[in-house]
Design a binder for this molecule. Structure first.
Ligand code: FES
Length: 143
């Protein structure tokens, strides 16, 4: 296996592992906002709940529940982990950078290395939707 394939394989294993053992499933307490993300083509559905700080400027917690393919679940879980604790403005910036990486417009996210496991998906446009399902839902909730 060449280095490139080896790296892809490692990324794929990490995604599967995340999908099997997500760490951010459930609902926030309290729920300040909720948003549904759904892909009518395959039936995948993710329901996000969000808890903000008192001024509504910081996302204190994000949880998700629902069903989806391994990419959808792993991505929702990493999205919740990455964006909890961020300001709304920072979160929107990261969502945009992540989208650009998936579309192949930028290469890697140096300051968010965990998200780079999805970089290989940029070669499979049909799967980009899976990865972005929860991210689009969060963006809709924040706007
Ligand atoms: Fe439905 Fe992945 S197969 S979003």
């Amino acid at each position: 296996m060449n280095t490139q394939n080896h790296l892809r394989n490692l990324q794929y294993q990490t995604i599967l592992e995340r999908a099997k053992h997500p760490q951010n499933q459930g609902k926030t307490n309290p729920i300040h906002q909720q948003q549904l993300g759904n892909n009518p083509i395959c039936g995948d559905r993710i329901e996000l709940t969000i808890k903000f700080n008192q001024t509504n400027q910081i996302i204190e917690d994000i949880k998700f529940q629902g069903k989806g393919c391994a990419l959808t679940i792993a991505s929702a879980d990493l999205m919740a982990e990455t964006l909890s604790g961020k300001t709304v403005e920072e979160a929107l910036e990261i969502i945009e950078k992540f989208r650009q990486m998936l579309k192949g417009e930028i290469s890697l996210l140096d300051n968010l290395p965990k998200l780079n496991i999805f970089q290989g998906v940029s070669q499979f446009p049909i799967r980009i939707k899976c990865v972005l399902l929860s991210w689009h839902a969060l963006k809709a909730a924040l706007k």
